[in-house]
Design a protein around this ligand. Sequence first.
Ligand code: 3PG
Ligand code: MG
Length: 397
Amino acid sequence: MGSLLDRLRRVQDAAVEGKRVVVRVDYNVPLAEGRVADDARIRASLPTLKNILDRGGMPIIISHLGRPEGKVVPELRLDPVADRLQELLGHSVRKLESCVGDEVKQAIAEWEPGSVVLLENVRFFPEEAADDAGFARELASLGDVYVDDAFATLHRAHASTLGIADYLPSYAGILVQQEIEALARLTDGPEHPYIAIIGGKKARSKLGALRDLVGRVDAVLIGGGVAFTFLRAKGIDVGGSIVDESLLGEIELVIQNAQERDVPIVLPQDVVIAHELSDGADASVSAADEIPADSMGLDIGPETVRTFREQISKARTIVWAGPLGAFEFAPFSTGTREIGKALAESDAFTVVGGGETGEAVAQLGVSKGISWISTGGGACLALLRGKGLPALEALRD
Ligand code: 3PG
Ligand code: MG
């Protein structure tokens, strides 16, 4: 997949001096008490913004935040993001109240060199997710050049990620280039053994990736909420743990396919259980097939950590998507922390995918030593599965 990068038009090659540059970023960041709780995605956009500013261009930034579904949702305004961006970038950030219309045109006309304009949450407009051509043209009319640096949104064919590229010369930002380069090492002749570690709360969001990864990797290790639906599909009673009954049939097929290919699917043999999900919960360790009916599994147990560590120590390429337990709560954070450490200690090429897993390793202090932490969740999985990313195609010759 080296060719993927070769044919990508790069922001570094775009003429931006004196130009209005519409930059799509992914500032879909967690907020807490009106502030940005994890600024990794904002930091990741700085190289592109600086590249444009250093060369005398005028960045006009577009982002979404959350899923307001085409309506103005006051809690999803981008003001906290603008504050954090201004601190990190060290340039003045003018946050507007809309994405289109007179106020926006006026602000762009008043632009001062070295400053940036941040438009309001683009998903306040129903035309965004509909990839409406008229709306895409209006966004395009704000600038002379379009740069897409929203790696985490590349799997969405929306007006500000795909449609807009019909109307302006379009380039990939530096984050997009870095992500593609790193993830190409997983899809383009990865070193074997290649293992995938899959966690996260919901089995449904990982099922497609699991189905495809079984044909690409040498082993799949499963933790998090996903593991309980797998255990259940194997006929194991998992007590009060989270199970998606509607997926059992499909998961049986994944297990069968893996068996035919001789790809082990390693499930937890022990888990940390509790009656409730809280910081003060009374947690204990149980065999995975002996979880009492009134308890739920909320993390992988110590034996499972040992088994996962053994697999990790033998691997040459590792991808990890989805926390292995409810890491936000101290009693259930050990599995995710230990596996993060194991990845950092490994000499393998190690990739963490999924916005939430990146947040987890940062929060638990184990991100150092991991080869690449992707800013993308769905986009990252789509790429690993060998699926095209619609918005990426628009940036290639
Ligand atoms: C993400 O956080 O995965 C991206 O920002 C995409 O968000 P979406 O799943 O709401 O399209
Ligand atoms: Mg390492």
